[in-house]
Design a protein around this ligand. Structure first.
Ligand code: SF4
Length: 64
């Protein structure tokens, strides 16, 4: 699985981190700092939950 993050569109809602048990990392202002890349198998469920929670569709997952 790959996660895609369009960091420039982040609005700082922090829902991605809250719903993914901090798989997605935020800066001190609540904006996402996680970048696109491969997701470890053990973290796939958390990545899906966090991506589904983003109201701006900044984060998505691509099943491989
Ligand atoms: S939920 Fe979406 S908009 Fe909010 S911090 Fe996460 S990536 Fe950014």
């Amino acid at each position: 699985m790959e996660v895609r993050v369009d960091n420039a569109k982040c609005q700082g809602h922090a829902q991605c981190a809250a719903m993914s048990d901090d798989f997605f990392e935020l800066d001190d202002l609540g904006f996402i700092v996680t970048i696109s890349g491969a997701v470890p198998v053990r973290s796939e469920d958390r990545a899906r939950l966090g991506a589904d929670a983003c109201p701006e569709r900044v984060v998505s997952v691509e099943e491989s």
